[in-house]
Design a protein around this ligand. Structure first.
Ligand SMILES: [Mg+2]
Length: 262
């Protein structure tokens, strides 16, 4: 009898990118969810609002949980769209949002706030030009330390700076779900394509699938920290995910052009 597993995937350019392959993956995951209680989780940088947009446009399954806004929001009820209260309580510890905003607006004019839709209770997001990023982040870290504001800074795509609570990110949200559902790393597989998925791959030791179209920064990281529990797929997007799930034997490979015996 197959064991249930916890399936976690990034959305843009990981799950999403090849509609035909996505439909095939959906059918496989749905049948494993029905038969064995497999859990399906999306982990995205998107806000709740931008996730809803994508969900309308793409043939996506309704997940068992959604981790959104770079791991600062966690939803179980996708209809109501209410953030899980246990998660809110966890992230609220030592999080002083208004103090953070004031410090930055007063002292860091080079940080310009992103639009309101990208701001969250546990995520403060700015634009920051690549040329000045290193200098600004160093100075900001120093000021945060001096004022005892213990937070996490995530700089991505050479333009976005997110300030989030220490207890938040995609990987820590997955650990929260593992505890809730009583599943361990050997029953967990995470999928991604870019540098902002590294927290997903490197928190604990879950199985990891990098889709074939993974960005250079993630490939370099993969090469540097190679381990048998991470796999760089040949196929892109959802086809790469299917390939990886079969490689790790989370699913049977008989329908994936494989002659291997499982
Ligand atoms: Mg992505």
């Amino acid at each position: 009898m197959m064991q249930p597993f916890l399936f976690v995937t990034d959305l843009d350019n990981t799950l999403i990118g090849d509609e035909k392959a996505l439909e095939k993956l959906n059918a496989t995951l749905q049948s494993y969810r029905d038969q064995y209680g497999t859990k399906i989780v999306y982990a995205t940088g998107r806000s709740w609002f931008l996730y809803q947009q994508l969900f309308q446009e793409q043939p996506m399954l309704t997940p068992d949980a959604l981790i959104s806004s770079v791991g600062t929001e966690l939803y179980f009820d996708l209809q109501q769209g209410e953030i899980d209260q246990d998660w809110v309580n966890l992230l609220s510890q030592n999080w002083e949002r208004s103090k953070l905003v004031k410090l930055i607006l007063d002292e860091f004019p080079e940080l310009t706030p992103q639009s309101n839709s990208e701001q969250g209770e546990f995520k403060i997001s700015f634009h920051l030009a690549e040329e000045t990023a290193e200098q600004t982040i160093t100075k900001l870290k120093q000021r945060l330390a001096e004022t005892n504001l213990d937070v996490k800074l995530i700089y991505s795509s050479g333009q976005d700076l997110d300030i989030i609570p220490k207890q938040a990110d995609k990987g820590l949200a997955v650990q929260f779900l593992q505890q809730k559902w009583n599943m361990n790393d050997s029953q967990t597989v995470v999928c991604g394509d870019s540098g902002n998925d590294i927290a997903l791959f490197s928190t604990g030791t879950p199985y990891g699938i990098l889709v074939g179209n993974a960005q250079p920064e993630l490939r370099q990281w993969y090469q540097r920290y190679q381990t048998p529990y991470r796999y760089l797929a040949h196929e892109n997007y959802a086809a790469g995910i299917l390939e990886g799930l079969a490689y790790f034997q989370f699913i049977n490979a008989f329908n994936l052009n494989s002659t291997e015996n499982h």
